[in-house]
Design a protein around this ligand. Sequence first.
Ligand code: HEM
Length: 206
Amino acid sequence: MALTGLFLILFLVVHCYVNAQIFWNDGGKQFNEAAHFMGTNVVIRITEIGLFAFLILHIVQGLMLWAKNRSRRSVKYAVTPGNKVSPWYSRSMALLGTLVLLFLIVHLSQFWAPNRFSQTTGNGELDLYARMKETFSMPWVVAVYLLGCFALAWHLVHGFYSAFQTMGLAKHNYKKMIKCVGVAFAIIVPIIFALMPICFYTGCLN
Ligand code: HEM
């Protein structure tokens, strides 16, 4: 889980960086160029297969872990210690992950699938910037994206540190630093993602 999780974290960095090109507010010129490169580069297209394989593996491993943890305790605790022993988000990783997955199903059907399978424009690619503008004009879509980013943030607060800990990289002297970097990452990246639908919806980007 740690390895697949770290790969997905790396993907988020690249995805966030490419998408952040929309903030140049140049009508999508820089963003569409970057998206075109990502969509046509052979190495990146092959990596995309790995990405989906890792995503599925991460989900399957997470569900198996959740099922195993549940089956280990047939009799419920008489007293649930709650946040005193572990924070709520670390006990809700399966729920948060499921929310991110639901968001991803909506997200991929809106952007990735049409871009790969319905080639409508002259050069065989969608104008992804125009598509974002159109998609993020609908309030329910903006709400789904904000919820998705919120769930992602909490999933990452625990997931980032947990991945390093599982791999034995969160040694005593680095523990605090990895925790801080993880929390910063879990706040900054989802906020940048969340700003994308917000900026289109409020007309800051056009
Ligand atoms: C909220 C702002 C976001 C925007 C505007 C956005 C935009 C896009 C676009 C335009 C694509 C299609 C790229 C292509 O077909 O080449 C895409 C693909 C994808 N997005 Fe997002 N995305 C956002 C957030 C996220 C988040 C938070 C995740 C993960 C939790 C995510 C995961 C993915 C995945 C897995 C793909 C398909 C992989 C690929 O294209 O290589 N996205 N996104």
